[in-house]
Design a protein around this ligand. Structure first.
Ligand code: OGA
Ligand code: MN
Length: 282
């Protein structure tokens, strides 16, 4: 076989092994990788050292590429490759990146189905911090006791950028705080997503502000407990980046977050996204 996969943990994560680097770019490999992302949530390609053109080629071979974050005009690379960095010469508005320090799913507050997958290449690995953590919201749902599953049935949560940035709102300069917090849409999503495949996952993370029809304190406590449940070691994975590593994850079945890092580390990741094909449905 051209490329092979090794499990990283029981419920989450595969590592790709290849003999010939060119094998990763074949249409058969794209299909096998997409299936592996669906089955294992996180797929790691150690030290693959992709160029932007190669990353875009893999992105497009696996689905429809989509631009998730408004591009800063200072970014000087390809328009559909977003540079995740705290370097204000490249990214003068660090709030979005600081918001990645908290558990979230990408593209939950935009006017399209949540992206199927996010793809990150490590261009500059930080010496300290900056690992990325992933928590399977499929494994988290499946692992709940039956009576808790029943209790979640039919519930909806309200999601917003304002909620996701609330942990850092105080740190946003006052003159543009309201504009930043108002980015995106306020969207209601079922707490339990029944995918077209029939599998179920939780739709949680810091974008989730409260539960519709529930007292705000009780709803928030429920959302935080579900986040903690999903983040337990059995359902989650921490990736320590080496320069050149490339990771693809199923954004529809996982939350993710970056371990805090300082801009002095120079950490630089190149991100692309694959469009989702289904809206969140109960
Ligand atoms: C993102 C993100 C995580 C990281 O860019 O959406 O969550 O580790 N990045 O940089
Ligand atoms: Mn993200």
């Amino acid at each position: 076989m051209a490329i092979r996969f090794e499990d990283i943990k029981e419920h989450i994560g595969s590592r790709v092994v290849w003999d010939d680097r060119a094998d990763i770019f074949s249409p058969e490999a794209a299909r096998a990788i997409r299936a592996q992302v669906e089955a294992r949530t996180v797929v790691v390609f150690p030290e693959l050292h992709l160029t932007d053109a190669e990353q875009l080629a893999i992105t497009e071979a696996m689905g429809e590429r989509v631009r998730l974050t408004a591009r800063n005009n200072v970014q000087n690379n390809d328009q559909d490759v977003y540079q995740v960095t705290l370097d204000e010469k490249i990214n003068p508005q660090p709030e979005y990146v600081l918001g990645t320090f908290f558990w979230h799913m990408d593209g939950i507050t935009v006017d399209m189905p949540p992206p199927f997958a996010t793809l990150l290449s490590c261009r500059i690995a930080p010496a300290i911090g900056g690992e990325t953590e992933f928590a399977s919201t499929y494994a988290a749902y499946e692992g709940l006791p039956e009576e808790e599953k029943r209790a979640l049935d039919g519930l909806k949560a309200v999601h917003s950028v304002r909620a996701s940035l609330s942990p850092i709102a105080d740190a946003i300069p006052e003159k543009h705080r309201e504009r930043v917090l108002g980015i995106g849409l306020v969207k209601e999503h079922p707490l339990v997503w029944t995918h077209e495949s029939g599998r179920k996952s939780l739709v949680i993370g810091t974008t989730a502000d409260h539960i519709v029809g529930m007292d705000v304190p009780a709803g928030r406590a429920m959302l935080i407990r579900l986040q903690e449940w999903a983040a337990q070691p059995a359902f989650s994975l921490r990736h320590k980046w080496t320069k050149g590593d490339f990771v693809i994850w199923d954004n529809t079945g996982a939350m993710h977050r970056a371990i805090p890092y300082d801009k002095s580390t120079g950490r630089m990741m190149h991100r692309t996204s694959i469009a989702g094909t289904e809206a969140v449905a109960a």
